[in-house]
Design a protein around this ligand. Structure first.
Ligand code: COA
Length: 337
């Protein structure tokens, strides 16, 4: 048996830079209420959402990703040619293959970076950060670009009362690279496939397209969600996961500066903060109010905003947690770059 040479990378990994792209169009509740027989008051009370960002025709998954990534790479103090792996978390790149990550890597000007997509719905970005950290520490790449991007309006049924007012579009990106000190804590992640149907694409593509013998429906598959069950799961089970991520990183509540939960819904964010007994000193991301829920993009968009507004400062300790369809979840403690 031949001896296989192994490889090891940096002692630790850290987030080096963050960037974001928000679609230009701001959509107020008044624009969505008619089709779902709702009201601005109901939406604000149930979700905390006042406005959301919806992409225009030119704001594709690739375009938004490239814009966010360029900013993240620049803030990391790097050139795109130094990125040697690109991980894109999305559920709304509607071309089954190839991975949009390859096109993004090419447009950015990386030097033949490894590039692949991951599908973990709203928890995709935190899965990507976990992978990136391990990739850097294993030496498989030196600088990993992680993108969370969605154009959910392509798969949104604007007449569906349970989803039309919640979901949104956008992109966020982070560069993960080597570090002499720990900058990304151990991930706590998992899934509960027993609840596979709670948030899902309603129809299988084969039922939509059909076959020459049996034509399909021809109707675009849409997102569907059993909101009440998701709400209960996210509000309570996810607080425990957040605490486990803090414990795994050896970070106490008093040492935590910033909390960036998935921007699902303001009531879920508040319920998690209460369940976790976060001290008043912890600054909490509340980007959902005017961004909506942009799934894989929500955590990096919220993080970018907190950094821009001075609520997350360089060296701060932040807890990231994301959760959604699958059901799947991932959480980790990170140091703000
Ligand atoms: N506008 C106005 N009324 C609505 C409505 C809408 N869009 N959708 C439902 N309703 C009404 C229902 O008809 C029902 O009325 P009734 O009491 O007279 O029968 C009432 O509101 C409650 O319906 P329900 O479906 O139980 O809503 P809810 O209280 O669970 O709220 C959500 C709906 C979607 C806001 C809530 O379930 C939620 O926030 N879930 C989590 C969703 C989420 O964040 N998902 C992302 C995770 S990745």
């Amino acid at each position: 048996m031949a001896a296989i040479t192994s490889r090891s990378g940096a002692p630790y990994a850290r987030i080096m830079g963050v960037g974001a792209y928000r679609p230009v169009r701001i959509v107020p509740n008044s624009d969505v209420v008619e089709a779902i027989d709702s009201s601005d008051e109901w939406i604000q009370q149930r979700s905390g959402i006042k406005t959301r960002r919806w992409a225009g025709p030119d704001e594709s998954v690739q375009m938004m990703s490239v814009e966010a990534s360029r900013i993240a790479i620049e803030r990391a103090g790097l050139d795109a040619s130094q990125i040697d792996c690109v991980v894109v978390a999305t559920v709304s790149h509607l071309l089954q293959t190839p991975a949009v990550a390859t096109a993004i890597a090419h447009e950015l000007g990386t030097d033949h970076a490894a590039a692949f997509d991951i599908s973990a719905a709203c928890s995709g970005f935190c899965h990507g950060i976990a992978l990136a950290s391990d990739i850097v520490r294993a030496g498989s790449a030196e600088h990993v670009l992680v993108v969370g991007v969605e154009r959910l309006t392509d798969i949104l049924d604007l007449t569906d009362r349970g989803t039309a007012f919640i979901f949104a579009d956008g992109a966020g990106a982070a560069v993960v690279g080597p570090s002499d000190t720990p900058g990304i804590g151990p991930v706590v992640w998992g899934s509960d496939g027993e609840q596979f149907d709670l948030i899902r694409q309603r129809e299988d593509w084969r039922d939509v397209v059909g076959s020459p013998e049996v034509p399909g429906s021809g109707v675009m598959p849409h997102l569907t969600m059993q909101g009440n069950s998701v709400f209960r799961w996210a509000s309570f089970a996810m607080a425990k996961i957040g605490q486990q991520a803090l414990d795994a990183a050896g970070v106490g509540l008093d040492d935590l500066d910033v909390f960036v939960p998935h921007q699902a819904n303001m009531r879920i964010i508040d319920a998690m903060a209460r369940s976790m007994k976060l001290p008043d000193t912890v600054r909490i991301a509340r980007d959902v109010a005017d961004q909506g829920n942009s799934s894989a993009a929500s955590v990096p968009l919220a993080l970018d905003r907190m950094m821009a507004e001075g609520d997350a400062r360089s060296g701060d300790t932040a807890l990231l947690i994301a959760f959604g369809a699958g059901l799947s979840y991932a959480a980790q403690v990170v140091t703000i770059p």
